[in-house]
Design a protein around this ligand. Structure first.
Ligand SMILES: NC(=O)c1ccc[n+]([C@@H]2O[C@H](COP(=O)([O-])OP(=O)(O)OC[C@H]3O[C@@H](n4cnc5c(N)ncnc54)[C@H](OP(=O)(O)O)[C@@H]3O)[C@@H](O)[C@H]2O)c1
Length: 306
């Protein structure tokens, strides 16, 4: 009898970690270790967790994701996005474990209007993006078997995100001003978790997960299809909200990035081309509008509009 596969998810209360906790159990025994159990900045704790658990794969859903705060806390961002990732990669390499990791569309400088390919030159604009890119480089340098999934504009029912903020503000304010000159692809956290599970299932289905990951190691873009601005996304959230009757907001105004200054600079165009993921795994996420419709359908199911 083969023993049950063990999956370690680093992260527990984050947006993606909570979705992985829903999608991965079909594949094996899942341990989600948040900062209490696996403080990624305490190497000894992480090492002993992995030694005790003896997972078959590590999925790293932890990160320092506060884009603006990172500008004033570069050491904290470096500790989690680079040093902790390098540690996981070193352990993965030493123990022959595949490492699945997530990165960001913000590694690009935002120039041009074309979707970015995995081979395009990077140009991170702020501390968060710089540390995420350095984390990618640490994984590559370790030589471990890995997939790095670059995703974008992540939102969903868990954690803090733009979708939840817009829902709250629509009920609190009469007018909203939203940036309309940054283009990206809002991606539902559940879709990323589902695609991760499908890719792992393919790996295990091949009979040799390690070899499956090792032979395909690299960066894969994994974001929703299509593209929009934050203003477009907010407008579509409001238009499709099953509880729109609760909105106090009567007017949404499109503004330019300069009118909403933030500590961290953001790319104007961070749309990703997802062809490599499709060509390698036959997985392509639905369009951002289709994903949002599914998220709103869940809201409708939980609390039907009167
Ligand atoms: N959010 C976005 O818009 C976005 C966009 C592009 C790419 N991404 C990438 O997608 C991935 C998942 O992001 P997310 O939105 O799910 O992030 P999130 O909601 O901010 O969650 C961050 C996770 O990191 C964990 N964490 C924080 N400090 C830790 C520490 N010291 N030790 C161990 N774990 C720690 C948290 O642990 P606890 O469970 O203990 O809270 C939490 O699970 C990240 O790699 C991120 O860079 C996100």
């Amino acid at each position: 009898m083969t023993s049950k596969r063990r999956i370690l998810v680093v992260g527990r209360n984050g947006q993606l970690a909570q979705e992985l906790a829903l999608t991965l159990p079909t594949l094996g025994e899942v341990t989600c270790a948040g900062r209490d159990a696996a403080d990624a900045t305490q190497p000894a704790k992480v090492r002993s967790l992995i030694q005790d658990l003896r997972p078959d794969v590590i999925v790293n859903a932890s990160a320092y994701t506060a884009v603006d705060k990172a500008e004033s806390e570069p050491q904290a961002a470096q500790a989690l996005n680079v040093d902790a990732v390098a540690l996981l990669a070193e352990i993965a390499k030493t123990q022959g474990l595949p490492l699945l990791h997530y990165s960001t569309d913000y590694v690009f400088d935002g120039s041009g209007t074309q979707p970015w390919n995995e081979s395009d030159p990077t140009g991170p604009q702020g501390v968060y993006a710089q540390t995420k890119l350095a984390g990618e480089e640490a994984i590559r340098a370790s030589g471990c078997a890995h997939f790095i999934f670059r995703t974008a504009w992540v939102y969903g029912h868990f954690g803090n995100n733009f979708y939840k903020t817009m829902n709250r503000l629509a009920r609190e304010r009469e007018e909203l001003r939203v940036v309309a000159d940054q283009m990206g692809s809002p991606t539902w956290s559940f879709m990323i978790a589902l695609a991760t599970s499908q890719i792992l299932a393919q790996g295990w289905g091949s009979g040799q997960l390690f070899e499956f990951v090792h032979s395909r190691s690299g960066v894969y873009h994994m974001s929703a299809g299509g593209a929009c601005s934050w203003f477009d996304f907010a407008s579509e959230i409001f238009r499709t909200d099953p509880r729109a009757a609760e909105h106090k907001c009567k007017k949404v105004t499109a503004i330019r990035t300069e009118e909403y200054p933030t500590p961290a600079k953001r790319p104007a165009n961070s749309v990703l081309c997802n062809d490599k993921c499709d060509a390698t795994f036959a997985i392509r996420l639905p369009t951002w509008q289709q994903q949002l419709a599914l998220v709103q359908a869940q809201v409708q199911l939980k609390s039907p509009a009167q």
